[in-house]
Write a protein that binds this ligand. Structure first.
Ligand SMILES: Cc1ncc(C[n+]2csc(CCOP(=O)(O)OP(=O)(O)O)c2C)c(N)n1
Ligand SMILES: [Mg+2]
Length: 632
């Protein structure tokens, strides 16, 4: 079949399907893109031909920023438990390098996205081409080489003959639960337009089986022995529980054994918040319930977690002498962490096997009771934070409470950076396994709206009429990247955005203050004539007007009661994005997690604030543990 390389790519992608548990899905929902030289006449021409001659095969969506489109693709994949994603095509140079942050985010979070950056001429006869980075030391180096460390798969198709291996290699990685992340195929612009005689079978429908690796019997037996020895165990549920669709299995395991369940950011929603064995968020942004159980746990069972510093409170959360870890993870690299007993397997299969192997064994009743007690205490703390009655501007916790109460049980809450991820981790009452979508692997400002668009499209494509994508975004994140609102308008995507304006960085402000850095550079203020510093009046930024100018329906709330009313109005809006704007007081922190996060403070300083903070830092650091002893 004689096609260009661009046409071959566009013909190949719709024929790929993913399969798990006997159900198949299209691997690609469509292709996001922004055209420029490099892809306009190659992949772009092929997408036009497909749209005109085989409509619906690979829907094309124009995005506004290449980073945003990769976030949308990653968010879509996350909502679909990684079984369906998008391809992203970008032009040469800046168009392609704009996707780098998106690539890193997808890889860190283990979310499949297919990136098709355009590249310089393979023939080099016209080089250096506009937007080409010339490396004096090697003419095969281009900006796209920067994707190599950020991608789980990278290839550059210098010749058409290389394309089949590149495509098949990328598909394998995208559908491997342990390896998945960004798969990047760089396409030189002349090669995209070059014709070649392809074997027909390249375009045959192909099913990629998403594996559920079973635990090795000996590894399972080792894990069972450790768990049976436990008196005060705690299970930490990570994103792997949700991607593996293991939430019902986890619930059965917890109910059978009485082991309380704490959640990481990606794992939040593994159990509904009001399940008797749910103790909520763990770690630096955790609940006091989970953190108290963590502090005393003799055995910690991590399922589908990569043990980030937020989860372990920088290796201080698990404080008992001789604490031992059991790590159930599909990725061997995570199984081996914390000198744990590794069970390298799919979360669902492994939890089923553990439940069977532990039949009849239970934690002492007092442990179960303690979990219920500390969870109830935390729930009362959450309720107080929801009803703070702070004035004149409300506290962020009140806005979170209003959004929690004012949205449906199946709605999906999307957030990524700022003070909200931590506050949401502590305070959000999750009612559905897919109800909490906080990107905290890369915690990338600017993900929120683009990610919300991806979730809204995933909800639409899955026909989930009982769900809505609800974004909570701070003013800093909004200013960094709000432009996919225009894409949401274009697609008629039902996206509800809550924009929390506090004139700067509440998060980094609080962190800065706690580290002795006096909130330096964290407020949005005029440069004052008197001081020459950024401590003048609040900047007259009207983000509501900004969203309105992009074609978004905007509702402005003043105070918490009005916010509740505007949120209800916004929920009734359909057919495109709607935004509720609310101002909050940046100086009201969420309830304490009684935990820590390791952010080093200057060892010497002429500032008293820094010197004091360094003392506290050293004191806190003394509690840090290496978790290196295989015997616990
Ligand atoms: C792309 C990116 N740049 C910088 C940071 C570091 N950072 C984390 S939170 C934050 C401020 C976020 O401000 P805003 O969205 O207004 O949220 P707030 O802290 O006010 O809740 C910054 C700069 C980041 N996470 N991502
Ligand atoms: Mg802010």
């Amino acid at each position: 079949m004689r096609l260009t390389v661009g046409q071959a790519v566009v013909r190949f992608l719709p024929a790929q399907r993913s399969e798990r548990d006997g159900v198949t899905h299209p691997l690609f929902a469509g292709c996001f893109g922004i055209f420029g030289h490099g892809n306009v006449a190659g992949v772009g021409q092929a997408l036009l031909e497909a749209e005109l001659l085989s409509p619906g095969a690979l829907p094309y969506v124009t995005a506004r920023n290449e980073q945003g489109m990769v976030h949308a693709a990653a968010a879509y994949a996350r909502h679909r438990n990684r079984l369906t994603t998008w391809a992203c095509t970008a032009s040469i140079g800046p168009g392609s390098s704009n996707m780098l942050t998106g690539a890193a985010l997808a890889t860190v979070n283990r979310l499949p996205v297919l990136l098709l950056p355009s590249d310089v001429f393979a023939t080099r006869v016209s080089g250096p081409v506009l937007q080409e980075l010339e490396s004096p030391a090697g003419q095969d180096v281009t900006v796209n080489d920067a994707f190599r460390p950020l991608s789980r798969f990278f290839d550059r198709v210098w010749r058409p003959e290389q394309l089949p291996a590149a495509l098949l290699g990328a598909m394998r990685v995208l559908t491997d639960p342990a390896e998945t992340g960004a798969a990047t195929i760089a396409l030189p612009q002349d090669v995209q337009a070059q014709a070649y005689d392809w074997p027909e079978e390249l375009f045959a429908e192909r099913v990629w089986h998403v594996a559920r690796p079973v635990p090795e019997p000996a590894a399972l037996a080792r894990a069972v022995e450790v768990i049976r020895s436990a008196r005060q165990p705690l299970l930490v549920a990570g994103g792997g529980v949700i991607y593996s669709e293991a939430t019902a299995t986890l619930r059965a395991f917890a109910e059978a054994t009485g082991i309380p369940v704490a959640e990481t950011q990606a794992g939040k929603g593994s159990l509904p918040y009001d399940h008797p064995l749910s103790v909520g968020a763990v770690g630096s942004t955790g609940s006091t319930a989970a953190n108290r159980l963590a502090a005393d746990a003799d055995v910690v069972i991590g399922v589908g977690t990569r043990w980030s510093d937020f989860t372990t409170a920088s290796r201080t959360a698990f404080a008992a002498d001789g604490v031992r870890f059991v790590n159930v993870n599909v990725a061997a690299v995570d199984g081996a962490k914390q000198a744990g007993t590794a069970v390298v397997a799919d979360a669902k299969v492994a939890l089923d096997a553990l439940t069977a192997a532990l039949a009849g064994w239970q934690v002492p009743p007092a442990h179960r009771e303690q979990a219920g007690r500390v969870a109830a205490e935390w729930d009362a703390t959450v309720q107080r934070a929801y009803e703070l009655g702070h004035g004149p501007l409300p506290a962020q916790s009140e806005v979170i409470g209003a959004v929690n109460a004012g949205t449906g049980p199946r709605d999906v809450l999307i957030c990524a950076a700022g003070s909200m991820p931590g506050d949401l981790h502590k305070l959000w009452r999750t009612r559905d396994p897919k109800g909490y979508h906080v990107e905290y692997g890369y915690s990338c400002m600017g993900y929120e709206i683009a990610g919300g668009l991806g979730v809204a499209l995933a909800i639409r494509d899955a026909g989930e009429t009982d769900r809505r994508a609800v974004v909570m975004v701070g003013d800093g994140s909004y200013l960094m990247m709000a432009q996919e609102l225009v894409t949401a308008v274009q697609e008629g995507a039902d996206l509800l955005v809550v924009l929390v304006q506090n004139h700067g960085f509440a998060s980094i402000g609080e962190l800065s203050e706690s580290l002795g850095s006096q909130r330096f550079g964290t407020r949005y203020r005029f440069r004052a004539a008197g001081t020459g510093r950024l401590d003048g009046d609040v900047l007259p930024v009207d983000l509501g007007a900004n969203a309105e100018s992009l074609g978004v329906r905007v509702l402005r709330a003043s105070g918490i009661e009005d916010f509740r009313a505007k949120l209800a109005q916004a929920r009734a809006h359909t057919g495109g994005p709607v935004l509720v704007h609310v101002e909050t007081d940046p100086l009201v922190p969420a309830p304490s997690s009684e935990s820590w996060w390791d952010v080093p403070v200057a060892e010497v300083s002429r500032l008293e604030s820094t010197t004091q903070a360094r003392k506290s830092y050293e004191a806190a650091k003394a509690a840090q543990r290496p978790y290196l002893d295989p015997r616990g």
